[in-house]
Design a protein around this ligand. Structure first.
Ligand SMILES: CC(C)(COP(=O)(O)OP(=O)(O)OC[C@H]1O[C@@H](n2cnc3c(N)ncnc32)[C@H](O)[C@@H]1OP(=O)(O)O)[C@@H](O)C(=O)NCCC(=O)NCCSC(=O)CCC(=O)O
Length: 347
């Protein structure tokens, strides 16, 4: 059985394996560098976040997907409670500047990139990675969307808006047309290096050196213009899952590769809005009848668990098999939070 739980110190070797797997797939995950020291610090920060021992500005909750058959860490995902409260959080906002003169009969509008800190204080979904061997049986949905149950359960820990930065377009050698056209002029390193520095916590430092004045998109080469707001092919499944929950691109892009940031009000995320907190009824076997697949979590913060469960539409209580109750660490009568998968996922 697959279940979600908070990351623990013992998971360092498992996270290193995931980081190596991500890099070998050619995608590389900015926030999952193959760097034992960084990963160990990330685990430690998460453990302290779950126990409430840090400032809100430092809270970052990391979860792993564990295979109970063999104890293997199959995937990772995270939520940062509030970005930009310690050091600036930068995006480009794709806006418009109009140059017009009625007298001369001239009117032209220009797409322009404005440096912004507009997402300061928002929560961020990040570090989503599932080992390729486990990209089966809705594990991707469990991994990505379990975070929404956590958000619904503990709204006081998060901002009113949630964002996610999707990887922008780069080729098989890690070369980004947007970086080559813009960042490269201000920082004489290649995109892969800038991306690595971002992953080890140096993004603000690199960002300080990027152009502060609005950038006219017309002045960028066509290959850079073409990738503004586009998602890397390998990251499309991650984006599709967020879009199915109501996340949208609102014109903010990454300052390095111009990948889109998608966003949603926390309370408007489908799985947050539609989730219900109900008493668990542990039954063996489950009653006959039509069943749907639900995301289910327990009530605990440090002992958070989430699973996928087939169940009939809940009528004031949520029926669970003893095996699922054990995975969720709940007893009959304890409360769980549940939400059905989208009809497309459940099909
Ligand atoms: C993202 C996951 C975990 C997703 O797992 P799976 O691949 O098993 O998921 P899946 O069920 O096959 O696909 C999920 C949904 O994407 C759809 N889908 C699949 N391929 C697609 C494509 N090329 N274009 C558009 N949609 C696509 C499927 O139909 C499905 O939607 P339906 O269910 O509706 O049919 C994995 O692919 C992965 O680890 N990828 C590599 C790392 C990565 O790119 N991470 C995101 C980085 S960005 C980040 O971390 C921030 C975002 C975040 O944290 O969430």
């Amino acid at each position: 059985m697959m279940f979600i739980r908070p990351v623990a110190h013992k998971d360092l070797p498992g996270l290193m394996d995931l980081a190596r797997s991500a890099a070998s797939g050619g995608v590389g995950l900015t926030s999952l560098p193959i760097n034992e020291d960084r990963l160990q610090k990330r685990i430690a920060r998460s453990v302290l976040s779950f126990s409430g021992e840090l400032d809100r500005a430092d809270h970052g909750y990391v979860f792993v997907l564990e295979d109970s058959e063999n104890g293997k860490v199959a995937g990772i995902c995270a939520i940062e409670a509030a970005v930009g409260l310690k050091e600036p959080w930068y995006n480009y906002r794709v806006g418009t500047i109009v140059h017009a003169s009625e007298e001369l009969g001239v009117y032209s509008r220009h797409e322009t990139l404005f440096l912004s800190n507009d997402h300061t204080g928002f929560s961020e979904l990040c570090t989503l990675y599932l080992h390729p061997d486990y990209r089966i049986k809705r594990n991707g949905g469990l991994l990505s969307k379990s975070r929404f149950l956590f958000l619904a359960q503990f709204p006081q820990l998060f901002g009113k808006m949630v964002v996610a930065e999707m990887r922008g377009v780069s080729d098989e050698n890690g070369c980004s047309p947007f970086w080559e056209a813009l960042g490269r002029h201000f920082f004489s390193i290649d995109f892969a290096k800038a991306d690595y520095l971002t992953g080890i916590g140096q993004k603000a430092f690199v960002a300080e050196l990027m152009p502060k004045h609005p950038v006219y998109v017309d002045f960028l080469p066509p290959e850079a213009q073409a990738v503004i707001g586009l998602t890397h092919e390998a990251t499309r499944p991650a984006l599709a899952m967020l879009e199915s929950e109501g996340f949208r691109y609102e014109g903010y892009v990454d300052i390095f590769d111009a990948g889109p940031t998608v966003q949603a009000y926390s309370g408007d995320i489908r799985a947050v809005k539609e989730s219900q907190r109900l008493p668990a009824r542990v039954v063996d076997p489950l009653p006959d009848g039509d069943k749907t697949c639900y995301l289910v979590c327990n009530d605990a913060l440090e002992g958070f668990r989430a699973v996928l469960a087939e169940s009939a539409a809940p009528q004031g209580e949520f029926s669970l098999t003893p095996e699922l109750a054990r995975a969720l660490d709940v007893k009959d009568g304890d409360h769980v939070r549940c939400v059905a998968l989208t009809p497309k996922e459940a099909a």
